[in-house]
Design a protein around this ligand. Structure first.
Ligand code: NAP
Length: 279
């Protein structure tokens, strides 16, 4: 990794977390555990997994094998849609902790709001009970819209510490992020390279990248971290892992940010958590 270590960002009511973490979707088995351990040895201190990725055990082994102290690493995992509801959430947290091989889950997120189940608030109450009981250090969500976040607060008086959202220069989620910022909810971007939205093939991104002697992927990731948005790019490859975290010894200019603002596909291009559900 470059000389510039990954900075951390403060969370409300939880320890700070790094701005760059490792995504682990599709990392599986022993090779997956090796990728996690390699990332940690190269400087990553934040790992993102989920029950749905079927790799919590693999992440736990990677963390243990890395040689870095467990307390220096933050692991995020997520509750699947099939475990919504108060009691199922409590049971699922215990199962996730067991698979991860940890005494306490650092950050536990509701993966998708899944409104058709009608259990979102009850599930959030269980997440907060897990925090109060100590099995979970901090509770957050993923893929929640403004009204879905507000619903949690109205029912419990407590906001999630972070919301992991689909976000990249093509999907800047301005209104959602502005609301989250007002409430002290950290924004963390999934699929932050914007590869599915064409960011990496865009000639404007290529021009900005060339001007800085960087790659399009680094421009996409730097666009997020420069605004305080966390990123969790996934790579199984040790060199690409280092490349993706080498974002802190250079910066995008205001003109670059103006050019990148032109990539915005509009909110309608993002996945809609009112209809889109994952169980
Ligand atoms: N909360 C949610 O609903 C949600 C949804 C989607 C994803 N996520 C999380 O976000 C993470 C990241 O999202 P993602 O995995 O969809 O997409 P991504 O990180 O934007 O892209 C990952 C892909 O890019 C490749 N890649 C990474 N770095 C590269 C580099 N420097 N050069 C060339 N190729 C590179 C990877 O291949 P290699 O591995 O071969 O390098 C992989 O195919 C996931 O792993 C997961 O942890 C969360």
């Amino acid at each position: 990794m470059s000389d510039h270590a990954i900075p951390t960002v403060p969370l409300t009511d939880a320890p700070p977390i790094p701005l760059v973490g490792l995504g682990t979707y599709k990392l599986l088995g022993r090779p997956g555990a090796e990728s996690v351990a390699t990332a940690i040895r190269s400087g990553y201190r934040l790992i993102d997994t989920a029950t749905r990725y079927s790799n919590e055990r693999c992440v736990g082994i990677g963390v243990a094998d890395s040689g870095v102290a467990r307390d220096d690493i933050t692991v995020i995992t997520k509750l699947g849609g099939g475990d919504h509801g108060f009691d199922p959430t409590i049971t699922a947290a215990r199962e996730s902790a067991r698979r991860l091989g940890v005494d306490r889950i650092d950050l536990f997120l509701i993966h998708w709001p899944c409104p058709s189940l009608g259990l979102t608030v009850e599930t959030w109450r269980a997440m907060l009970a897990l925090v109060d009981d100590g099995l979970v250090r901090a509770a957050g969500v993923s893929n929640f819209t403004v009204d879905q976040l507000q619903m949690l607060f109205d029912a419990t008086g407590r906001w999630p510490v972070l919301n992991q959202i689909q976000c990249s220069p093509a999907l800047p989620r301005q209104d959602l992020r502005a609301f989250m910022s007002e409430q002290g909810i950290h924004a963390q971007a999934w699929s932050p390279t914007g590869r599915t939205e064409g960011v990496l093939d865009d000639e404007r991104v290529a021009r900005v990248a060339n001007a800085h002697g960087r790659s399009p992927i680094q421009v996409a990731l730097r666009w997020s971290v420069q605004q305080g948005i966390g990123v969790i790019p996934k790579s199984a490859d040790p060199e690409r892992q280092v490349h993706n975290a080498s974002l802190f010894d250079w910066e995008l200019t205001d003109d670059d940010m103006t050019v990148l603002a032109g990539l915005d596909l509009g909110e309608a291009a993002a996945r809609d958590s009112h209809v889109d559900e994952e169980f």
